[in-house]
Design a protein around this ligand. Structure first.
Ligand SMILES: *Cc1c(COP(=O)(O)O)cnc(C)c1O
Length: 228
């Protein structure tokens, strides 16, 4: 836990950018400690983990879901999630809408775009997204609210490449804003930037940086099978 680093990041943020503290794999004690420092936005990438943390931690925490979401897990987060950053298909959005309706709420969502060179990262292409937004299903989804876009840059030391990818996401945001969301004032978020690249993301117009290890320390992904 690096409280000093946390305050340093917070103090350097422009008014237009908010920090999501990514607490995945970290214990509730660490989250509570950061909460006591004033942090309210936390990010998780596993639905059940978010649910169990939500149950025991202060109820005014805003939980941001940032991982790949399976449709059968939406139920664990739908009642309280503040925003889902990782909508990467129409079918997922349809299911989120269903669970949101069941909980009598509107869930804020971001459209995730594939901006990295790696083939492993999830997300729409601009073409796929346009198809969804122009389709017949999208206008019927009244229990989701599209608030912007999200993306992850390539895991590389080439910061010029990272900057180009963030710029690309910013362009996608502008295009969608102009073509589909011109009079939707809620369409205003660009979620980009992690521990290794958040300063660049801020320069390129990020409104949400998602920072984990710089604050909480490196993650220890322990498997249930302990090797001998
Ligand atoms: C884990 C994760 C982060 C935070 O990563 P750090 O490098 O630890 O800051 C941000 N965004 C997503 C989607 C993640 O899965």
């Amino acid at each position: 836990m690096n409280i000093e680093k946390y305050h340093q990041i917070q103090s350097q943020l422009p008014d237009s950018t908010r920090l999501i503290a990514v607490s995945k794999t970290k214990p509730v004690e660490d989250i509570q400690m950061l909460y006591d420092e004033g942090q309210r936005l936390f990010g998780e990438n596993k639905a059940q983990e978010m649910k169990s943390k939500h149950e025991v931690l202060p109820q005014d925490i805003q939980w941001h879901f940032i991982g790949h979401l399976q449709t059968n897990k939406i139920k664990y987060i739908a009642p309280y999630v503040a925003m889902i950053h990782s909508i990467d298909s129409e079918s997922l959005l349809v299911e989120v809408n269903k669970l949101a309706a069941k909980n009598q709420r509107v869930i804020p969502c971001l459209l995730q775009f594939h901006i990295a060179q790696e083939t492993t990262k999830f997300g729409f292409t601009l073409e796929e997204c346009r198809e969804m937004l122009q389709g017949e299903v999208f206008p019927t989804l009244h229990n989701v609210k599209i608030c912007g876009v999200m993306g992850m840059a390539t895991f590389t030391e080439d910061m010029e490449q990272v900057r180009q990818e963030f710029r690309h996401l910013h362009d996608i945001f502008q295009t969608l804003k102009t073509d589909f969301f011109a009079d939707h004032e809620d369409f205003k978020e660009i979620s980009m930037g992690m521990t290794d690249d958040y300063p660049i993301a801020i320069e390129e117009g990020s409104t949400f940086i998602r920072v984990g290890s710089a604050i909480f320390g490196v993650r220890n992904y322990q498997t249930t099978a302990i090797s001998h």
